[in-house]
Design a protein around this ligand. Structure first.
Ligand code: ADP
Ligand code: MG
Length: 140
């Protein structure tokens, strides 16, 4: 399988509870390597743009409010099949449905405050990485 890069976001519910290190350990244990990392606070415009694909969904407004409620840690993860591997480590969107050992099963508070974001396909991964990082900021 090819080496890929994917975008991860550690969400405000997780930074608030000081879980950044525990979550990064899950990525590393799965064989994913952090090749770029930055802590920041999203503006409302940033969050609306990033989640633009969901703007017609009933939860959009709440999701944006949640994502700007505290700091996030945006990261590029690299590895064999990194996009799917990251999704596997994250677990299902709703922690009630997430498998044992996944980040969302262990740490998520709710279907909204579910601790992590991960790109879902090669094209979204490329676009989401560009949203936060310049090529120079990514060192494999
Ligand atoms: P995922 O993050 O697993 O790719 P989606 O792309 O479907 O999930 O949704 C984006 C984010 O929107 C979710 O991670 C979660 O924070 C929020 N979300 C999704 N579905 C709901 C819902 N039914 N109610 C509240 N928030 C939701
Ligand atoms: Mg998604």
């Amino acid at each position: 399988m090819a080496v890929e890069r994917t975008l991860s976001i550690i969400k405000p519910d997780a930074t608030r509870r000081n879980l950044t290190g525990k979550i990064i350990a899950k990525f590393e244990e799965a064989g994913l390597k952090v090749v770029a990392s930055r802590r920041l606070r999203l503006s409302q415009a940033d969050a609306e743009a990033f989640y633009g694909v969901h703007k017609e969904r009933p939860f959009f407004k709440d999701l944006v409010s949640f994502m700007i409620s505290g700091p996030v840690v945006v990261q590029v993860l690299e590895g064999e099949g990194a996009i799917q591997k990251n999704r596997d480590v994250m677990g299902a969107t709703n922690p009630a449905n997430a498998a044992a050992g996944t980040i969302r099963k262990e740490f998520a508070e709710s279907i909204e405050a579910n601790s992590v974001h991960g790109s879902d396909a090669p094209e979204t991964a490329a676009n989401e990485i560009k949203f936060f990082f310049r090529d120079l900021d990514i060192v494999g």
